[in-house]
Design a binder for this molecule. Structure first.
Ligand code: QAP
Ligand code: CO
Length: 168
């Protein structure tokens, strides 16, 4: 297994729309394992393939305290069940150090394939519902900062660009 490099906002590669997986093979499973290892190592609760510069529709998550309940979503699809939204503070491994409150639908139905290619359906609520939508947004080239005012987004962009210049 290996730790993958996580792209950071405003990297244009975070804007690429990921393609569905046609066949889940050993390469897919090994990417899933690397993504899980990368997410755990970075102390994240969710990571989309887009964030590690792979344009495939794969997401890994783990919301458990012990970090022993991985969730794998391949070709995930979300259906919004009603108009109820809830505010939640979100962060992102691609926007390190910034947390903002975002409104999202609270009641959703997720359909996805697991690591073995088996289809499953979930009707999550709360943080799990929020996190699933945040991660699927990544696969569509969208980031949580896109929901903020242009002023806030610009401020975050400038601070991260400055940090990136200092790292070079
Ligand atoms: C998405 O985000 C999420 O800034 C997953 O310095 C998060 O795993 C959805 C992280 C919250 C809904 C609510 C962020 C780690 C991890 C940071 C993450 C940081 C270190 C973010
Ligand atoms: Co994110």
């Amino acid at each position: 297994m290996s730790i993958l490099n996580i792209l950071e906002f405003p990297d244009p590669r975070l804007r690429i729309r990921a393609a569905p997986i046609a066949e889940i093979d050993q390469n897919t499973r090994s990417l899933v394992d690397d993504m899980l290892e990368t997410m755990y190592q970075a102390n994240g609760i969710g990571l989309a393939a887009t964030q590690v510069n792979v344009d495939k529709r794969i997401v890994v998550m783990d919301l458990s305290d012990e970090g022993d309940q991985p969730i794998v979503m391949i070709n995930p699809q979300v259906e919004i069940l009603d108009d109820i939204t809830c505010p939640h503070q979100e962060g992102c491994l691609s926007v390190p150090g910034f947390y903002e409150t975002i409104q999202r639908p609270e009641h959703i139905r997720l359909s996805a394939l697991d690591r073995e290619g088996q289809p499953y359906v979930l009707e999550p609520e709360g943080l799990l519902a929020v996190c699933i939508q945040h991660e699927i947004d990544h696969l569509d080239g969208k980031l949580f900062v896109d929901y903020l005012s242009p002023i806030k987004r610009q401020r975050i962009r400038q601070k991260l660009e400055k940090l990136h210049r200092q790292q070079d």
